[in-house]
Design a binder for this molecule. Structure first.
Ligand code: NAP
Length: 297
């Protein structure tokens, strides 16, 4: 568990109190990273729930009002909402405030948020690589970021002190922080996260069609691997729509390579090339061991 001696920020405003926003709100308070946490959410019900759960000091529908006087503002909405949210909050930001986000795509965050912010505030995009397939304020928990990576992607020329404070915020809630270029982040996440989700959405869709057409028992016998895909494919549709639309180039590039590799395996199966399959499966098994060794299992 992480305990910070002095808060990194006095007042933090979170825009979008869903899974990630509410987990961050809980963690900021639990680990003493912020003194006051306020939130904005377009849903009245989500605001009421956040207050009810006692995870924020104030909650309101108007993001402009929520960010007033905040030392840090963290956007926790789907990436597709960034441009509109940034425009709404821009006139209300405190001079010197640090603006960050948690979006799963970073070049689009830089593209959509950076240009509309006023001078004198510091924009430091970030992505906590932690999550579940659940959504909404009740789904969050303070420990979500413990031991997980947070990738910070400051555009060139970003104020070093602001980067330092965002790093301290994520370390404060238990994350390990890595700083990298937004484009590098998007390429890495395309293979580690975005492609696996696309595959899961595809497999589950194919299986559902098959079940309907052939009245087969796909769901009944789902424990044979399929079940794990259904968990991933249960992730929020809006969030994932926005990820694919906003990381298009990197996802299409990796999908092209994946398709070629899949074709090679398809060929090995067709021609009975057992040694090709065995060699491939042995290689991938070693990757799993590497993930366990890196404590990311
Ligand atoms: P979530 O639970 O669905 O929460 C998103 C919140 O944003 C909801 O309160 C939602 O309100 C609000 N919102 C949606 N559209 C909006 C709009 N147009 N304007 C203002 N508010 C809007 O989603 P989440 O999982 O926390 O994801 C939030 C962000 O974290 C995304 O950018 C995602 O890429 C990133 N992220 C997610 C994960 C993960 O595993 N889930 C991991 C790392 C990063 P409504 O309920 O009214 O729609």
């Amino acid at each position: 568990m992480t305990e910070t001696s002095a808060p990194v920020f006095d007042r933090v405003a979170i825009v979008g109190i869903g899974l990630i926003g509410s987990s961050l709100a809980r963690a900021l308070r639990q680990y003493g990273v912020a003194r006051v946490v306020v939130c904005a959410d377009r849903s009245e019900a989500a605001c009421a729930k956040a207050l009810d759960l006692g995870i924020v000091d104030e909650a309101m529908v108007d993001p402009g009002a929520a960010v007033r006087g905040a030392d840090a503002v963290i956007l926790c909405t789907p990436v597709g909402a960034y441009a509109a949210v940034a425009e709404t909050i821009a006139p209300h930001l405190k001079p010197g405030a640090v603006i960050s986000d948690v979006g799963s795509v970073k070049q689009a965050a830089v593209r959509d948020i950076g240009p509309v912010l006023p001078g004198g505030v510091h924009f430091v995009p970030a992505h906590p690589v932690a999550g579940t397939e659940h959504s909404g304020p009740e789904a969050g928990f303070a420990e979500l970021f413990q031991g997980r990576w947070c990738i910070v992607t400051p555009p060139p020329g970003t104020d070093a002190a602001a980067v330092q404070r965002v790093t301290a915020l994520w370390s404060g809630v238990g994350s390990r922080v890595e700083v990298m270029e937004p484009s590098r982040h998007d390429r890495i996440l395309a293979i580690t996260s975005h492609l696996p989700h696309l595959i899961a959405y595809t497999i589950v869709g194919t299986a559902a069609d098959l079940e309907e057409e052939t009245k087969s028992a796909v769901i009944q016998f789902s424990a044979g691997g399929f079940r794990d895909f259904t968990r991933i494919a249960a992730s929020d549709p809006i969030m994932w729509r926005d990820i694919f639309l906003n990381n298009r180039e990197a996802v299409l590039e990796i999908l092209q390579r994946f398709t070629e590799d899949l074709t090679a395996l398809q060929r090995a199966i067709r021609w009975g090339e057992g040694e090709v399959l065995e060699e491939h499966f042995t290689k991938t098994r070693a990757i799993r061991r590497g993930i366990i060794d890196a404590r990311q299992a």
